[in-house]
Design a protein around this ligand. Structure first.
Ligand code: C5P
Length: 208
């Protein structure tokens, strides 16, 4: 298969030197890219800034903003069989990017934020016969919120994890299906969870 994987955080610039982002390390997405390459698949890895090295043989696209991630994904999507969206995408961006550097005035500063495009939902809307697997990081009412995201983004499955996953080497996840059932629960190093998820995708989605 040719698999599109999103990974890492996105950045949304306030001015030319400051941005909004999050604490995603990219480890889960890069572990998935490594597992997919090791299983013999072609990988298109679209990643925000991380300290990680992508697998040598993947088609790597480094991006910063959500708009850049969307554009790279939309370009890659027609040639892919499915997508695993592990990126921690900024939900909001400053309404305007100020040129240069905002100076201090002695007063407070109010930022106007607008929503960013939902990449996984955009890919889901044009998926045709392709498969979509998302991630949901939820702190409360986790199961129900993850299922709502799965439905809204037209996913075949969604990997539910908790805020403890951010920046950690290990993870504990539940794989949820559109009917609300739990297909699997995996705990351990992200590299092992990535292998388990790849095997599940090959068995349940890759052969449709
Ligand atoms: O941020 P949220 O909880 O909605 O993320 C759920 C899933 O949607 C994740 O797989 C994430 O990579 C993806 N997503 C996206 N574009 C966004 C927000 C989230 O692709 N703007």
């Amino acid at each position: 298969m040719r698999i599109l994987i999103t990974a890492g955080p996105t950045r949304e610039y306030i001015d030319d030197v400051r941005y909004l982002s999050n604490a995603s390390s990219g480890q889960m997405g890069y572990a998935l890219a490594a597992a997919a390459v090791a299983a013999g698949h072609q990988v298109v890895l679209v990643s925000g800034p991380t300290l990680l090295a992508p697998p040598l043989t993947c088609d790597f696209h480094g991006i910063e903003t959500t708009a850049e991630m969307l554009s790279a994904c939309e370009t890659a999507w027609p040639d892919c069989d499915g997508v695993i969206a592990a990126a921690a995408v900024c939900d909001y961006r400053p309404a305007q990017r100020i040129q240069g550097k905002i100076g201090k005035t002695g007063n407070g500063l109010t930022l106007e934020l607008v929503e960013t495009p939902d990449i996984l939902a955009a890919l889901g809307a044009t998926r045709g016969r392709r498969w979509n697997v998302g991630f949901a990081l939820e702190a409360q009412d986790a199961h129900a919120r993850a299922i709502r995201k799965l439905q809204r983004k037209q996913c075949d499955a969604i990997v539910l994890n908790s805020p403890a996953a951010i920046g950690a080497a290990d993870n504990s996840v539940e794989l949820l299906l559109p009917n609300g059932n739990t297909a699997a629960k995996w705990s351990g190093p992200k590299s092992e969870i990535a292998k388990s998820l790849m095997t599940w995708i090959e068995t349940n989605l890759g052969t449709r």
